[in-house]
Design a protein. Structure first.
Length: 338
């Protein structure tokens, strides 16, 4: 029995690995949300620790830079009493040419039960899962998916916009570099799964291709089970920011990377900011109580104005804090599997 309430063997159907949120059932999502609530109350206690992962080893292996995701996984694993090993690729044998598969096998041989992996290549966690006997948690792979971020964003939004109907029918704008964003891709699944109407907005070069996804979703052909497709919220795609913001209940800004200008996808960062930065003035187009999110890291002044970051509408700090509770929930659910 976990201190958080459930017998560890009572969670049939929970997957061995957490690779993506696409295809995750609503029952599973609800279980994560419920458990994250329990974990948030554990974290509020003076001794914020549960014995759930006692004697288990969690290895955190990041091939890309990260502050909040890495640290919140570490805090979450430690709060569940796990033994935590952090590997920085810069100081590991990866610099000597060791492959991902060899690294994963080495980590397994050293006795790891859970491997939290971030990699710049889409699909890397799937490859790792074929060679690792324990559980893999995808902490972000290429442009593909960032499941734990999407679940913490969902948790944060539900706390603020939840109400009776949950997120059903709410208008949620994801703004910026959609094309290169694993955060946007994963959020589309979880937010439309919760019944929200998601609007993807950015310059035409950075939303290219998403119209097709929106169309596929409208006709119920977006690689999601048909039963679940009918309950999904809609997906819209536009370059018209004013239109997207009108009456929005939430706006999630994404980081704009300098490399995008170098790659010729933007005329200049200054022009991007003039047209797409979320300013206090633009936010007035949204619902008067609209909330603002950003997964971080932020370029204040480029994609988001500093006064929006510090305004009382901003949930950016809360997202970081909720990340610990949601990751504790996920680690505890996974470790309950054989
Ligand atoms: C994001 C990521 O790394 O995917 N950040 C995060 O995990 N909090 C977004 C980004 O890098 O822009």
């Amino acid at each position: 029995m976990t201190e958080a309430g459930e017998p560890l063997d009572s969670l049939p159907g929970w997957p061995r690995h957490l690779l993506d949120v696409a295809g995750m059932s609503q029952v599973a999502v609800e279980e994560v949300m419920r458990r994250a609530d329990e974990m948030a109350s554990v974290l509020a206690r003076p001794t914020a620790r549960l014995p759930t992962l006692q004697g288990r080893r969690v290895t955190i292996l990041f091939y890309e830079a990260s502050t909040r995701t890495r640290v919140s996984f570490e805090i979450a694993a430690k709060a569940l009493s796990a033994d935590v090993v952090n590997i920085t690729v810069a100081g590991s044998s990866v610099t000597k040419g060791e492959s991902l598969i060899d690294t994963v096998r080495t980590i397994e041989a050293l006795g790891s039960d859970v491997l939290v992996l971030r990699h710049s290549r889409s699909g890397a966690p799937y490859l790792a899962a074929q060679h690792f006997g324990g559980h893999i948690v995808n902490a972000g792979d290429g442009w593909h998916a960032h499941p734990t971020q999407a679940l913490l964003d969902l948790y944060t939004l539900r706390r603020h916009l939840g109400g009776k109907g949950g997120l059903r029918g709410r208008k949620i704008v994801i703004l910026g570099d959609i094309l290169h964003s694993r955060v946007a891709r994963s959020n589309v699944w979880t937010l439309t799964g919760a019944g929200a109407h998601v609007w993807l907005c950015g310059p035409p070069t950075l939303i290219a291709g998403f119209e097709g996804w929106a169309r596929a979703m409208r006709i119920g052909d977006a690689a999601s089970p048909a039963s679940d497709a009918s309950a999904r919220g809609e997906l819209s795609v536009t370059s018209d920011l004013d239109w997207a913001l009108r009456e929005a209940d939430a706006v999630m800004c994404l980081r704009l990377q300098r490399e995008r200008q170098e790659a010729g996808l933007l005329p200049s960062l200054r022009e991007y900011s003039a047209r797409y930065a979320l300013t206090a003035e633009r936010l007035r187009l949204a619902h008067p109580e609209a909330v603002v999110l950003h997964p971080g890291p932020m370029n204040e002044g480029t994609e988001i104005a500093p006064e929006v970051v510090t305004s009382d509408r901003s949930l950016i700090g809360e997202q970081v804090a909720n990340g610990v509770a949601v990751r504790m929930a996920l680690l505890s659910l996974m470790s309950a599997q054989a």
